[in-house]
Write a protein that binds this ligand. Structure first.
Ligand SMILES: Nc1ncnc2c1ncn2[C@@H]1O[C@H](COP(=O)(O)OP(=O)(O)OP(=O)(O)O)[C@@H](O)[C@H]1O
Ligand SMILES: [Mg+2]
Length: 230
């Protein structure tokens, strides 16, 4: 069966020419449906660049990316945004919530883009916020929530539409240790319920909690291994 994600010889070159940066320098990998993967590496190794490719936020300079069997490497911006909407839930280090929308408004936003009816939006957003333990904070705006709670709103936003892939770039980078544990527990729960979770991090502790670790160095896959069964 076709893997969920198949990347072949991906290159991303910023500023081609004299000052070029080979942010991705021939990355090939596959990720199966239902995996929990940590992508790790030092600062500048190419993690976010790879996340941008996997998340259809940017296109590679060369190489191919098959998502669910479809080659998405050469699609237009509009086609990519359609795929992002349908296939991927994003979680970012900086939460990226809309400050003047309350929690439920933030979670509903991507559902609006998906054309989900108002009633269904409410239901899905309420379920997602309840799942992350924020059933009693739905009317709070981001400024009225702690960092950990804001990130939980962002997780609810990512999962509300039940996308097949959850992509998180340093999701705990701005959180204290307790909120980090909370967010990791939610991600593990999602994995247990069958979601594919990809976490980009330079936190070795998070890597140790992931079933599979892909280590990036200078834009290449340096190691790709499984942690022991727990
Ligand atoms: N838009 C851009 N234009 C030019 N160079 C870029 C751009 N984005 C990233 N780079 C360069 O590409 C390389 C990889 O950057 P990337 O952001 O993917 O690293 P990272 O592994 O996510 O690092 P960090 O852990 O600091 O977030 C770096 O050398 C960076 O300077
Ligand atoms: Mg980064």
């Amino acid at each position: 069966m076709e893997p969920l994600i198949r990347v072949e010889n991906l290159h991303k070159i910023y500023n081609p020419g004299e000052n070029e940066v080979r942010a991705l320098d021939g990355v090939s990998l596959t990720i199966e449906k239902g995996e929990f993967v940590a992508i790790v590496g030092h600062s500048g190794s190419g993690k976010s660049t790879l996340m941008n490719m996997l998340g259809c936020l940017d296109t590679p300079t060369s190489g191919h990316y098959y998502l669910n069997g479809r080659d998405v490497s050469g699609l237009t911006d509009n086609q990519l945004s359609e795929i992002r909407n349908q296939e991927i839930g994003f979680i970012f280090q900086g939460f990226n919530l809309i400050p003047n929308l309350d929690a439920i408004g933030n979670v509903e936003l991507p559902l609006i883009y998906r054309g989900v009816s108002k009633q269904t939006r409410r239901r899905l957003a309420t379920a997602a916020l309840t799942k992350v333990g924020l059933g009693k904070r739905m009317k709070h705006r981001p400024g009225e929530l702690s960092g950990g709670q804001q990130q939980r709103v962002a997780v609810a936003r990512a999962i509300a539409a039940q996308p097949p892939v959850i992509l998180a770039d340093e999701p705990t980078g701005n959180l204290d240790s307790r909120s980090t544990v909370e967010i990791m527990n939610i991600l593990k729960e999602l994995h247990k319920s069958g979601r594919t979770v990809i976490v980009i991090t330079h936190d070795d502790d998070i890597a140790r909690q992931s079933r599979r670790v892909i280590r990036i160095s200078d834009g290449r896959v340096e190691a790709d291994y499984l942690n022991g069964e727990s």
